[in-house]
Design a protein around this ligand. Sequence first.
Ligand SMILES: C[S@@+](CC[C@H](N)C(=O)[O-])C[C@H]1O[C@@H](n2cnc3c(N)ncnc32)[C@H](O)[C@@H]1O
Length: 269
Amino acid sequence: MQAISASHVRTSIKIVSTLNESYHPSNEQQQPLSSGKIKRLVLSQEGRTKFNMYPDREFYGYPRFVTHVDDAFIATLTNLYRERLRPDSEVLDLMSSWVSHLPSDVKYKRVVGHGLNAQELSKNPRLDLFLVKDLNQDQRFQFESFTFDAVLCTVSVQYLQQPEKVFEEVFRLLKPGGVFIVSFSNRMFYEKAISAWREGSGYSRVQLVVQYFQSVEGFTEPEVIRKLPNAQENLSPIGWIMTLFGLPSGSDPFYAVIAYRNFKPIHHD
Ligand SMILES: C[S@@+](CC[C@H](N)C(=O)[O-])C[C@H]1O[C@@H](n2cnc3c(N)ncnc32)[C@H](O)[C@@H]1O
């Protein structure tokens, strides 16, 4: 195993684990010696199927200027982004829309949006650039390897029919130490979610996303964050009263699965 020398990375970060790879920010022609390959497929053919088999571009052809999760979910996600993304980051928001849920007071170096509806993306105030691409048709982006510090995928992973290839491509696009944050709840466009997701529970969906990461060699061990509405510490005063009367009390459950390309950096500032 070859360790990455400190001179190969920004001086402000410390590498806590490495894989067999050499990366020189100044020389991006140098390719990783290993990793980034799909080790195994997670889904069966049946698991990839959707009820609505028409092209996704048709389904998302008209803009939806709505939020797909509630305010509590969005607040948790925005806090997570504040903690994990550095202001000097280049960010790719995969399967995005008119909102990216990034903290409004943080300016990132560049935010690129991707999705299926150009009208939504053109209204997203966080994006410096956007592109439209159906990830179920083609999983490759035109960007160079090692382009992004962070890739985000919010409440959309359930629509991916080739998740292993998408996670492989995200790995390619990330700089070493870059992070991929996949968040989701229990809501979905049922007819457009893959069968392996539709038929699952909160627990099995987390496991599915963990396996997507593990199917690609070189991601760090995925970290899971759950914030479930019925956990007593998460309840608002109204939520407390609702539970006393046996009524549904909480907000949308929050799940995030996070992993880094090769190593998790520790920032000293
Ligand atoms: C529930 S919305 C979430 C949008 C946004 N991430 C958010 O947090 O509000 C699902 C998004 O997934 C995108 N999407 C669905 N299927 C897709 C596909 N096959 N290729 C690319 N994007 C897709 C759609 O454009 C849509 O914006």
